[in-house]
Design a protein around this ligand. Structure first.
Ligand code: F6P
Length: 760
């Protein structure tokens, strides 16, 4: 609808302006034509009266002259006629001759022989003609013609023109709407692929071209302004479409709280995740609290702060048990408590089987296309089932009402929605899958595929980051379960219960939670360079990841190596800082991955270390958010090269940290974030040459282009923030919940009616 209006509104305005101008021009033309006609008629009348008048002038037979005049004005357009004698006195006139007229001819109208006399009753066109007797002038004939017919005809032609434009407008609008709707989807798809660089391949250089590699992320210079415009247009379209789906335009903590009050009547909110938002650890200096790395906590924590409630998670810190009460509860955030963290204690066997084994050696590589083979062990599966049940029991124990809102996070808890549904049939269960969902064939290798799908379909809402993941999931259900899928409403019906499957792209808080001590971007840039002993113009690239094989860290370092080979002048002017938070280190796959990353960094440093500068600084540690934030603000380019990623919140965090509108983002096309962040330099991380060129391009990008791109990126992340993510899921859940309540009421009415009709 908006799309149609966008086309039609300018069209209607243009047609109206055209109609207005046409009417003005037409009015002038017709008036001119008609006056010429009046001139001709007046001349004709004067000519035909010349002879009788010259005969009568000498005799002055008043009756005859008046009769002649009366006959003449029978013509309805001839209004009055008079004869002025040689002394310029009216000698004969018709009764209609107006008092305002006399024998002195006024100055003629420009271009015409006569002149216009405007009276209250209407306008007259007056012409004066000499009457001669022999060769001598005897007086003059005054002929006044009625002009009202000109106005009538002008009005008629005006109406015709307006009607014509109206019909034209309707026809053109209909055609426009039809063509726009037919071509819109295809056009958008075309623009998206165009912006990704597909079809606009420009060789990186001759050697790259020879190697068959292309710089897909960089369109030719001559069409770059067009690409900028198209990006802006595409973003506008995406925003419009997304905004149309939302009831609340501006999503923030207050909007979320309002939604819960109005649509859920303040019902209790319970979150379930494996990773806890705050981890207490014992150190030499006492108990410390830290926030873990990972997108889930980054995204869900601000939502919980806004809505309160209880977050149920695995207590994994060495001092976690010391910091809870007798119900395993602790109020968090520690400095400004806003919600309750309920910790669940797992035995080492449970953690090994459920978390390391089934979740991280089975489901993680199953869902990410990173070419690491999934491992499925029955013993791990059994632990997975048992731990899901333990968390489900905790949900039931924490629930204060029969219908709480339960937000289930990620692939650690695929079975939990069904378990909670069985115990609390009226609960609203929103499950969100933070990682990709593979195609049905890939998923089909899991020995417990049916059980996992059935477990997930215990949810009211099942969310993924992208439409592609939803599509993959629905196809998987279609292939392996007897369920009814309604593609129109994106719902799956299993055992009479509905689950809505929808994409909800996750995001970050906005404005990003700023550390109290935050420096301005300029100060942060100066401080980091001086801390590292660099001069003010030293270029800094940044990577921030968990040390996970899906993040494309090795490929990224190889791209930097390639860039340094091609641009040796950067050798002592550029440093890449890779912050890599250790993760799942108990697993062999992660240990060998860490070794590969360390070895790659060491090799590159050995090759390029110029006077005092290691081009790669690898920090294998979990930094505080405030330290990461300052790196985001200080760097020239942030590089995200995931081989496969549900969303990747580092990309959005970086954008939200750059309030100076500087810095560039290089982003993998295989991260969900690339579906939204169109102004990033999008790369295929497997294409090392292309990634190298994109990083170089980011480092040499003019400040004005950085600003233009960053401004657009920031406006997109700002509007599509984490509150919108949560708000949209809650809104959809409220709709389904309402629907179920109404249908429950109908069923119970029907039962009561049937009972009342039963005999006896
Ligand atoms: O976003 C995916 C995810 O697995 C989250 O579920 C998790 O919190 C995060 O990455 C970090 O992984 P882990 O908790 O295994 O260290």
């Amino acid at each position: 609808m908006r799309l149609s209006l966008r086309f039609i509104l300018p069209l209607v305005l243009a047609l109206s302006a055209l109609a207005y101008v046409s009417v003005l021009v037409l009015d002038q033309l017709t008036t001119r034509w008609f006056i010429r006609d009046l001139d001709g008629r007046a001349q004709l009348i004067a000519d035909s009266m010349q002879e009788p008048m010259s005969e009568m002038v000498g005799q002055r037979p008043a009756g005859k002259v008046i009769a002649l005049f009366a006959r003449a004005i029978r013509d309805e357009r001839l209004y009055a006629i008079a004869f002025c004698d040689a002394n310029r006195k009216v000698a004969f006139k018709t009764a209609t001759f107006p008092a305002e007229l006399n024998c002195v001819a006024p100055a003629p109208q420009a271009d015409f022989a006569g002149s216009i006399l405007r009276l209250e009753a209407g306008a007259l066109y007056v012409s004066y003609f000499p009457v001669v007797l022999g060769a001598a002038p005897a007086g003059q004939l005054v002929i006044a013609q009625d002009m009202s017919f000109i106005e009538r005809r002008s009005a008629d032609s005006r109406n015709y023109v307006l009607a014509l434009f109206l019909v034209l407008g309707i026809v053109v609008s209909l055609i426009t709407v039809l063509v726009a709707h037919l071509s819109w989807r295809g056009w958008i798809a075309g623009v998206r692929s165009f912006l990704r660089g597909e079809g606009l391949v420009r060789p990186f250089d001759s050697s790259a071209a020879a190697a068959g590699t292309g710089m897909a992320a960089q369109p030719a210079a001559e069409i770059r302004p067009l690409v900028g415009d198209m990006r802006a247009l595409l973003r506008e379209v995406t925003e419009d479409r997304n905004a149309a789906e939302d009831v609340t335009a501006q999503w923030n903590p207050d909007a979320l709280r309002r939604l819960l009050r109005e649509r859920f009547y303040g019902d209790q909110i319970l979150v379930v995740s494996n990773r806890e938002p705050y981890i207490h650890t014992r150190s030499d200096t006492g108990i410390k609290v830290r926030r873990p790395a990972g997108g889930l906590v980054t995204a869900v924590e601000p939502v919980m702060r806004a809505v309160s409630g209880t977050w149920i998670a695995h207590g994994s810190g060495s001092a976690d048990r010391e910091t809870v009460d007798e119900h395993a509860h602790v109020q968090v955030p520690p400095d400004h408590p806003a919600y309750t963290l309920r910790r669940i204690w797992l035995t080492p066997e449970e953690e090994q089987g459920y978390y390391y084994g089934f979740a991280n050696e089975g489901m993680w590589p199953l869902c990410h296309i990173a070419h690491v083979r999934p491992v499925f062990r029955r013993a791990d599966w059994e632990q997975y089932v048992a731990v899901n049940q333990r968390f489900a029991d905790a949900v039931v124990a924490e629930a204060r009402t029969p219908d709480p809102v339960v937000l289930v996070q990620d692939y650690h808890f695929a079975l939990l929605p069904r378990m909670v549904r069985d115990a609390l049939p009226r609960a609203t269960i929103i499950a969100f899958w933070h990682i990709p969902w593979p195609n049905q064939e890939s998923f089909g290798i899991c020995p417990w595929r049916e059980e996992l799908l059935d477990g997930m379909l215990g949810s009211t809402i099942l969310g993924f980051h992208t439409a592609q993941h939803c599509k993959n999931f629905l196809e998987t259900v279609d292939r392996y379960l007897e369920a009814r899928i309604e593609h129109e409403s994106a719902t799956v019906s299993l055992g009479g219960k509905l689950t809505r499957v929808e994409s909800y792209p996750i995001s970050v808080d906005w404005p990003e939670e700023r550390p109290d001590t935050a420096l301005s971007a300029e100060q942060a840039a100066a401080k980091l360079r001086s801390d590292l002993g660099f001069n003010a113009s030293h270029l800094i690239g940044l990577g921030v990841d968990r040390l996970d094989y899906t993040k494309g860290i090795v490929e990224r370092l190889e791209a930097i190596e390639t860039m340094l080979e091609k641009h040796p002048e950067l050798g002592d002017r550029f440093t890449f800082i890779q912050i890599a938070a250790p993760t799942r280190s108990a697993l062999g796959e992660y240990q060998s991955f860490e070794e590969r990353v360390r070895a790659t960094a060491a090799r590159i440093n050995a090759r390029f270390a110029a006077a005092g500068n290691d081009p790669i600084r690898l920090l294998v540690e979990t930094l505080d958010y405030s330290a990461i934030f300052e790196h985001y603000r200080a760097c020239n380019v942030c590089v995200v090269t995931s081989l496969h990623d549900g969303m990747n919140l580092v990309a959005k965090e970086f954008v939200s940290a750059r309030d100076d509108e500087q810095g560039a983002l290089v982003l993998s096309q295989f991260a969900g974030a690339s579906r939204e962040l169109h102004e990033a330099l999008i790369v295929n991380p497997y294409d090392i040459e292309q990634t190298a060129e994109a990083i170089y391009r980011a480092l040499t990008m003019p400040a004005a282009e950085q600003r233009e791109r960053m401004r657009a990126l920031r406006s997109s992340v700002k509007d599509f923030n984490i509150y919108r993510w949560a708000g949209r899921m809650l809104l959809d859940a409220a709709g389904l919940r309402q629907r179920e309540r109404v249908s429950d009421r109908i069923v119970s009415h029907r039962r009561r009616f049937m009972r009342s009709q039963a005999p006896g």
